[in-house]
Design a protein around this ligand. Structure first.
Ligand code: AMP
Ligand code: MN
Ligand code: MN
Length: 324
């Protein structure tokens, strides 16, 4: 599976590398790692992500080289899409990216739809960065400290600091190797988890206060509204990871975080855009649930977007609780 991709990359010249909107540590770490590896091979790589890079990831090397608009005069011979179950997950550039001569899909989501001419999709990989790591090995590129930092951060965050179901022996093995290549775990943990703004802590307070539990105790729900962000002077990225508090509650099988997205003013039908994050204890496949709403993800972590009202959104989720 990897050989044709290796051969192709060796002959390509200008490669577009992109990952999903509202990126997490895996989307950003894999993106930069891929870029560094291609650069080491003497290739030109354009790194693309439509969304702002969350503050906690801005310490990563080369983060400022990520563009949020495709250059108009580009001539990519190849596109690599990272950490996306569907091509559309990269956002507005999907159409253009899909038109490059060669499209490579590197991902670990169970809901991956198999887009692209070449695929490195491994749902048992702890993170997309694990597959990127394997590819870099095959390309015979050395793991510099910069590369190691990206791979380590991606695996650290996608495994929830080695706590989630995807915490495998390769997660530890790769991270151990990255530490041998110069990663300082404490420093990265400080950047990613140890530098909360006071606003973020206040937002957590509001989010914790919003937790509701279904009558049967199996579903918990947390809500983060635009009002809460405004009151605490925070951004949507500041709610990253909050859902884990709702999931930790004893007997809870599925936790849902409803995040109200930014809505244009004057929407007439009263509906608003929401992003729902789902997490399970492993006994329930939330990727399945998310897919039924047009989203996707993994068995224990998934998400979807919906245009609805908050009341309707909650009603739909409470109905889910009865089936758990
Ligand atoms: P989140 O809900 O953003 O915390 O994401 C949890 C997991 O579900 C991640 O692996 C995402 O890539 C995936 N995911 C989230 N939202 C969507 C969506 N709208 N479509 C497909 N996959 C999603
Ligand atoms: Mn991701
Ligand atoms: Mn991932």
């Amino acid at each position: 599976m990897m050989d044709p991709i290796i051969n192709h990359l060796k002959t390509s010249k200008h490669i577009l590398v992109a990952s999903h909107t509202n990126p997490d540590g895996d989307a950003i770490g894999s993106l930069i790692a891929m870029g560094l590896a291609l650069e080491a091979l003497g290739k030109k790589a354009t790194l693309y992500n439509e969304s702002p890079i969350p503050t906690v990831y801005r310490f990563l090397p080369r983060v400022d080289s990520i563009v949020n608009k495709l250059p108009s005069d580009h001539e990519f011979d190849t596109t690599i899409i990272l950490d996306c179950g569907e091509l559309d997950r990269i956002g507005a550039a999907a159409k253009q990216a899909g038109q490059t001569p060669a499209l490579i899909n590197i991902d670990h989501h169970t809901t991956n739809d198999g887009f692209g001419q070449w695929r490195l999709v491994d749902t048992s990989a702890c993170a997309t960065a694990e597959i990127v790591y394997r590819l870099i090995k095959e390309l015979n590129v050395a793991f510099t400290q910069e590369l190691a930092v990206c791979i380590y951060t991606a695996i650290l965050t996608d495994t929830g600091s080695f706590r989630f179901l995807n915490t495998t022996s390769s997660a530890f093995a790769i991270c151990d190797e990255m530490v041998a290549n110069g990663v300082e775990p404490y420093k990265i943990a400080q950047h990613v988890y140890g530098t909360f703004s006071i606003g973020r802590l206040r937002l957590l307070n509001l989010a914790l206060d919003s937790i509701e539990i279904s009558l049967n105790g199996k579903l918990s729900m947390m809500t983060v509204t635009q009002r809460m962000l405004k009151d605490t002077e925070t951004y949507p990225e500041d709610a990253d990871g909050f859902i884990n508090y709702a999931r930790r509650i004893k007997a809870v099988r599925v936790a849902a975080l409803i995040q109200e997205l930014q809505n244009e003013k004057g929407r007439s039908n009263g509906k608003r855009k929401f992003h729902v994050s789902l997490r399970s204890d492993g006994t329930v496949d939330v990727a399945d649930i998310a897919a039924s709403f047009g989203g996707g993800g993994h068995v224990a972590a998934a998400g979807f977007n919906l245009d609805t009202t908050l009341v309707e959104m909650k009603k739909t989720l409470w109905q889910l609780a009865d089936k758990l």
